[in-house]
Design a protein around this ligand. Structure first.
Ligand code: FUB
Length: 470
C-alpha cells in the first residue's frame, strides 16, 4: 500500500558537497583568514537537518546534553518558537531528542524562544529561558522543570521567574550549594536562587560594567564595555569565569574572571574572534571525558546566516595559569571522545553527519530518521566492530515501495558490508524489523547508512543494531 507522505521541513537539508560549497563561499566572502577543510573532514556544525543556535551543554551521567535554540527555516529575524535537546557520549555522534520545550510550554509567553541554559540539581533538570511576556511585552526569564535531561519539561511557575526586559539567562551552582542566575543585555544582572531553583532571595543586582571588568568598546557611548549578551558562568580550580558575547555587531566571544561568583571581574580578552557568517555568537563550555570543549554558533550550513545559525564545537586546553587560548571555528569538529558500540541498540537519529535526511517523533518513542530519498545517508563515527559483525537489524517503516539500507565503511561510496531490503510496511510509522548478513565489518570504522531506491521518499529508520560474529 502506498500512503501519502507529508512534505518535509524546508531549508536546512543539505548535502556534504553543498555544505562545502557554502564553506568555500564563506571563506572568500566572510572569512578570508579561515581555511575551510575538505568535504571528507567536515563534522561541524554538529547538527545538519535543522538550524540550531545558542548552545548550552550539560554533562550528566556520562553524556553531554546540549540544549539549543532553533532558528526557523528562511528566518529573517530571531524567529524562534522552540528549543531542542541533543546528546552524545562521544562528542561526535549526536542523538536528536526533539523539542521538549517550546513557547507553548509557557502560557504567558508570546514569542522569542531565545538563549537559555539547563542545569541539574538533585536529579531534576531546570531549564531557564528568555521569552517575551505577552502581558507586558517585555523579555522575561521563565523556568521549566523535568525529571529527565530530555524532558518532558513543564513550566515550573506559571509566570516569569524574573522580569526586567533583559534576557540570556545562565545559572551557576557554587560548591557551597548557592545557585546564581545571571542574565542581561544591555546590562548584566545576577540574583541568588533558592535551593528549590525556582525562586530567589534578595533583589536582582546589577553587575558593574566597568572597562577593567569587561573591556573597552569604542564608538558606542551608551555601551562603554564589550559585554553584549550571552553570559556563561562557571568555576574552575577556584577561579570564576564569565564568558560572553562581546561587542555588536558582529560579535566575538570574550571572558572575564573573578575570585568570587559576584566579582570583582577582570577582563581577560578574546576567546573566539569574529568569524563564521553569523553576526551573533554564543558560548557554552564544559569538560567531558578528560577534555575541555567550547560550543558556539555560526552560519555555516546551506542557507545559513545571522538568523539561520548552527551550533558547532571545538576542543581546547586551558593554559597552565587558567587562561583560555584563542579558539577558531573549524569545519573539522572534534576527535571522538569514545567509540560507539554497534552491538547494542543505537537510535537512527544518533548522527555524526546526515545528508538529506530529517527527523520526527516516532510512534514507538524517541525520534526516527525520515524523509529519506535515494542517495541520502547518515554517518556514524567511530563504530567499534572489533573482531567483526555477522548481521544487521534495523527497525524500519515505509509508506511507499521501500528501498535498501546499504552499510558502507569509511565514506558514502565506501566498501559495502551489508545490504538490507526494506519493503512497504503499510505506513511511515508501521514499524517492522529487517535483518541482513554482514561481512567485512571489523575494527573501528566510520559507518555510513546509505539509502537507495526509486524516486520519492523511501523509508524511515527508528533504530539499528549489529550482531557480533561468534
Ligand atoms: O538567539 C537569539 C539571541 O541571539 C540570543 O538570545 C542571543 O544570545 C543571540 O545569540
Amino acid at each position: 500500500m502506498i500512503t501519502a507522505r507529508p512534505l518535509p521541513p524546508t531549508g536546512a537539508r543539505l548535502t556534504r558537497a553543498a555544505a562545502w560549497v557554502m564553506g568555500l563561499l564563506l571563506a572568500f566572502a566572510v572569512l578570508p583568514a579561515v581555511v575551510q577543510p575538505t568535504v571528507a573532514r567536515a563534522d561541524n556544525p554538529i547538527v545538519q537537518h535543522v538550524y540550531t543556535a545558542d548552545p548550552a551543554p550539560l554533562v550528566y551521567n556520562g553524556r553531554v546534553y546540549l540544549y539549543t535554540g532553533h532558528d526557523e527555516d528562511g528566518s529573517t529575524y530571531f524567529t524562534m518558537k522552540d528549543w531542542r535537546v541533543w546528546s552524545s557520549a562521544d562528542m561526535v555522534n549526536w542523538t536528536d531528542h526533539g523539542s521538549p520545550l517550546s513557547l507553548a510550554t509557557f502560557s504567558w509567553a508570546s514569542k522569542d524562544a531565545w538563549a537559555g541554559q539547563a542545569v541539574q540539581r538533585n536529579g531534576r533538570f531546570y531549564w531557564y529561558v528568555p521569552v517575551t511576556n505577552r502581558a507586558t511585552g517585555r523579555m522575561a526569564i521563565g523556568v521549566a522543570v523535568a525529571d529527565s535531561p530530555t524532558g518532558p519539561f513543564r513550566d515550573a511557575l506559571g509566570h516569569p521567574l524574573v522580569e526586567n526586559g533583559e534576557f540570556d539567562p545562565t545559572v551557576f551552582i557554587d560548591d557551597d550549594g548557592q545557585a546564581y542566575l545571571y542574565w542581561g543585555n544591555p546590562n548584566l544582572w545576577y540574583v541568588r536562587l533558592n535551593a528549590d531553583m525556582i525562586s530567589y532571595s534578595g533583589s536582582p543586582t546589577r553587575i558593574p560594567l566597568t572597562t577593567s571588568g569587561f573591556g573597552t568598546r569604542t564608538g558606542d557611548a551608551n555601551r562603554p564595555t564589550l559585554f553584549e549578551e550571552g553570559p556563561w558562568v562557571y568555576k574552575r580550580n577556584g577561579l570564576y569565569y564569565l564568558v560572553f558575547a562581546a561587542k555588536c555587531c558582529s560579535e566575538f566571544i570574550a571572558y572575564s574572571t573573578a575570585p568570587g561568583p559576584t566579582g570583582p571581574w577582570t577582563y581577560r580578552g578574546t576567546i573566539m574572534p569574529t568569524q563564521g557568517g553569523s553576526f551573533t555568537n554564543h558560548p557554552g563550555l564544559v569538560d567531558f571525558k578528560g577534555n575541555s570543549y567550547f560550543f558556539y554558533h555560526n552560519g555555516a550550513l546551506t542557507g545559513g546566516g545571522g538568523y539561520t545559525r548552527s551550533v558547532a564545537v571545538e576542543k581546547f586546553s586551558y593554559n597552565a595559569d587558567g587562561t583560555i587560548p584563542t579558539i577558531n571555528m573549524t569545519n573539522t569538529g572534534v576527535p571522538a571522545a569514545d567509540t560507539l558500540n554497534p552491538y547494542v541498540r543505537q537510535e537512527a537519529e544518533t548522527i555524526a553527519w546526515g545528508s538529506g535526511i530529517e527527523t520526527e517523533p516516532a510512534t514507538e518513542g524517541g525520534m526516527n530518521v525520515g524523509w529519506i530519498d535515494n542517495g541520502d545517508y547518515v554517518k556514524v563515527k567511530g563504530v567499534a566492530f572489533g573482531r567483526g559483525a555477522s548481521s544487521f537489524a534495523a527497525r524500519v517503516a515505509s509508506g511507499s515501495s521501500g528501498g535498501t539500507v546499504e552499510l558502507r565503511l569509511g565514506s558514502p561510496s565506501g566498501t559495502v558490508v551489508g545490504r538490507c531490503a526494506v519493503p512497504n510496511t503499510g505506513g511511515w510509522q508501521a514499524w517492522t524489523t529487517v535483518t541482513c548478513p554482514v561481512t567485512g565489518a571489523t575494527g573501528t570504522q566510520d559507518l555510513y547508512l546509505r539509502f537507495t531506491g526509486g524516486s520519492g521518499y523511501l523509508l524511515n529508520v527508528n533504530w539499528w543494531q549489529f550482531t557480533p560474529a561468534s
